[in-house]
Ligand binder design. Structure first.
Ligand SMILES: [Zn+2]
Ligand SMILES: [Zn+2]
Length: 66
């Protein structure tokens, strides 16, 4: 239904399920970038996408430190 770069998750901004799109990553995360944007309200979320646990942890720590 959606392209690989889109997912449907609960949006805290819209208070309902919305389609999120992964924007072009400027931080070097590549396809494992945890950043997603709500197509409806534009809120940015860090979403736990299926990646290696160690990689996800590193990405999370990087994001919090930035
Ligand atoms: Zn990124
Ligand atoms: Zn939203």
């Amino acid at each position: 239904m959606y392209t690989a770069g889109m997912i449907e998750v609960y949006c805290p901004g819209c208070a309902e399920l919305q389609v999120f799109e992964q924007p072009p990553c400027v931080d070097g995360h590549g396809v494992d970038c945890p950043e997603w944007l709500c197509l409806t309200c534009g809120v940015a979320l860090l979403i736990d996408v299926p990646v290696e646990p160690a990689e996800w942890l590193a990405l999370t720590l990087d994001s919090r430190a930035a």
